[in-house]
Design a protein around this ligand. Structure first.
Ligand SMILES: Cc1cc2nc3c(=O)[nH]c(=O)nc-3n(C[C@H](O)[C@H](O)[C@H](O)COP(=O)(O)OP(=O)(O)OC[C@H]3O[C@@H](n4cnc5c(N)ncnc54)[C@H](O)[C@@H]3O)c2cc1C
Length: 597
């Protein structure tokens, strides 16, 4: 049976030693999150995720969701677990206080979400999508809509969904056909079919708020004619009570590779009543609020599966006895040494461990800058926060989920044949992790977003701000002997990233296929450089703390530095390969005629 332990020591290191949240104590939300309260929240979150959600992970996988007479039931225990989540006030953690939220920083929110997703990724999608719907409505809804719908989303009494995909329309939303006809009283009748809608129908909450992309009759073709609508499963009366059932039904549940505990629905809209959110024909802009948040949430899913798979692979590698160490027996009292003595097993473990810790740091660092982008009173800090959120969202989504899946596979590998057997739970992590590379914009599309849009935005302001942050750190620490093994590789990774960026600027404008050909290697190059930056910063924080540390803390900081050194030595050199791929461009790739493949 697999297990999960929330990495609380890691979180404390990030929040206190690396990011020092206390320095923001004067800002809204941060003031309400002193270290002792944050600690208490982390402890409670660990209990919920370890004791309630994790034990349901395999059950959810085995049972899946069921559809009978239009009613979807979630796996055994999900309903009770969701009730506990709501009673604990967890959906309100980072929501605005004016709608009943606790208003805490999202830097804390992503930590909570990682724990939930590691414990039970399929379950975590129900509250995850609700929070995305909350954000879209709170940014683009009318005051009346906010008052009517947000408080119930915040408590978790109602959940939310995002409805983009149609059978013939996935990445290319310009093909969307679902139509909206004005009724004349401010509402619209929505008709069409959406597929693959996560958490589209279920028995966890009393109402579901569907955010649906549709085309108002007569609207322009393509993405310029798409609007966003709010379509509740049950209409909501003026006094907030639930009224008639709306014309949206679940036509089928998808049979799928993983996340069986999450209901992936075909939703049929048949003159369902909906209300416009934001402006007519500007639906994509409004939906992007939800999609960007969901992309961070999906990036986090990659990390979450990598973490839980690692924990189980580590325990196995310490117990399973096979063969002897290349340099002579290490467990002489036993018939064989544990797997962990073998360098190749260590290679896999350390690839995963060094990714997890670096990725978690980049996730929390990015979320913190997202917080500062609207909470800081300094304009430059707000601008930097906005830039990092925009630039790094596709990197976190694409790089974290590509690696998350590969890491789950490596963790499974450590189990040998047992990793392939369902009982051990490792193959579930692999199956669950796989979808994160596909949905919320497949990773190839994330890479294109990074290269095609994010690099050029505001004349390259965000990417140059990122380079400057790295350069400042290198300049401040270049004479620090203790950090030499971090600063040098960070400098090389940064140089490779800059060379690749400039190569696009010089070559992709004349031939856009060059951007397309190099975008995925570039996204990985960016991800590795981002993690190298975090590792250098973490090594600095750990080195400083080490001086006065004793016992378990001393071991923690020493291990942190060794793990970071591994990342710098064994992973960062990959940037040179990615750069070479970018520079070869599209010529050979595009020289094959379609029939020559
Ligand atoms: C389990 C599950 C849950 C989902 N949940 C939701 C949900 O809640 N809401 C929702 O709306 N959708 C949801 N989806 C849909 C998901 O977001 C889409 O499947 C995804 O966006 C890709 O669209 P598609 O499947 O039509 O693939 P396609 O768009 O046909 O793409 C196929 C492949 O071609 C590549 N590709 C396509 N266009 C380009 C291009 N221009 N340049 C380069 N490469 C390209 C893509 O990267 C992809 O690898 C879910 C899907 C699944 C399987």
């Amino acid at each position: 049976m697999p297990s999960y332990k929330a990495p609380l020591r890691e979180y404390r290191f990030l929040l206190n030693d690396l990011l020092d949240l206390s320095q923001y104590a004067k800002l809204p939300g941060f003031a309400d999150a002193p270290a002792d309260l944050v600690d208490a929240i982390l402890e409670e979150a660990a209990k919920l995720t370890e004791e309630v959600l994790q034990p349901l992970n395999q059950i959810g996988d085995r049972e899946g969701c069921k559809l009978e007479n239009g009613v979807v039931t979630t796996p055994t225990g999900f309903k009770e677990a969701y009730k506990l989540l709501v009673e604990g006030g967890w959906p309100a953690l980072v929501a605005d206080t004016q709608y009943g939220g606790q208003g805490l920083p999202n830097a804390l929110g992503v930590i909570f979400n990682e724990m939930v997703s590691s414990a039970n990724m399929a379950f975590g999608m129900y509250p995850g999508l609700s929070h995305g719907a909350y954000s879209a409505l709170s940014q683009h809804g009318t005051d009346e809509q906010k008052k009517k719908y947000l408080p119930k989303l915040v408590t978790g009494e109602w959940t939310g969904t995002m409805n983009l995909t149609e059978p013939h329309c996935g990445t290319d939303l310009g093909l969307l056909r679902t139509k909206a006809v004005p009724v004349g009283d401010g509402s619209y009748k929505i008709s069409g079919q959406k597929i693959f809608i996560s958490a589209g129908e279920h028995d966890l909450a009393e109402n579901i708020l569907h955010l649906v992309l549709a085309r108002i009759e007569g609207a322009p073709q393509g993405v310029k004619g798409i609007s966003l609508f709010l379509v509740p499963k049950f209409l909501v009366n003026e006094d907030g009570s639930l009224g008639a059932r709306n014309g949206v039904t679940c036509g089928a549940l998808e049979e799928k590779m993983g996340i069986h505990g999450n209901a992936t629905c075909v939703l049929n809209y048949d003159d369902a009543i909906g209300w416009l959110v934001g402006e007519e024909h500007k639906g994509l802009r409004a939906m992007f609020t939800m999609m960007n948040e969901a992309r961070l949430g999906v990036g986090l899913q990659g990390l979450s599966q990598s973490e839980v798979a690692y924990q189980n692979a580590l325990a196995y590698a310490q117990e399973r006895l096979q063969g002897r160490s290349l340099t002579g027996p290490k467990a002489e009292d036993k018939p064989a040494d544990p797997l962990i003595v073998h360098p190749d097993v260590r290679r896999m473990l350390l690839n995963i461990k060094s990714f997890n810790e670096g990725a978690r740091a980049l996730l929390v660092w990015t979320a913190l800058h997202g917080d500062l982008s609207h909470r800081s009173d300094d304009e430059k800090t707000r601008e930097f926060g906005d830039d990092m959120m925009a630039l790094l969202t596709p990197v976190l989504k694409g790089y974290f989920t590509d690696r998350g899946f590969m890491n789950a596979v490596d963790a499974q590998q450590i189990f040998g044949g047992h990793g392939y057997i369902a009982e051990w739970g490792m193959e579930q992590f692999v199956r669950d992790a796989r979808i994160a590379m596909i949905y919320e914009g497949a990773n190839g599309v994330q890479a294109l977003d990074l290269v095609g849009r994010k690099l050029a935005q505001n004349g390259g302001r965000a990417v140059f701000a990122f380079f400057k942050a790295v350069d400042d750190f290198i300049a401040e620490n270049k004479n620090n002997e203790a950090l030499k093994s971090f600063i040098e590789p960070l400098g090389r990774a940064r140089a490779d990233l800059e060379t690749a960026t400039m190569w696009f600027m010089e070559n992709a404008l004349t031939n856009a296929d060059h951007a397309g050909a190099g975008s995925t290697p570039y996204m990985h190059l960016f991800g590795i450089t981002g993690l190298a930056f975090m590792w250098a910063k973490m090594a600095k924080a750990a080195t400083e703390k080490l001086a006065a540390a004793e016992g378990g803390d001393k071991v923690f900081y020493e291990t942190k530095i060794k793990t970071g050194r591994y990342y710098m030595e064994h992973v960062v050199p990959e940037t040179a390969t990615h750069l070479a791929r970018v520079r070869h461009g599209a010529d050979t790739m595009m020289s094959l005629a379609a029939g020559e493949f």
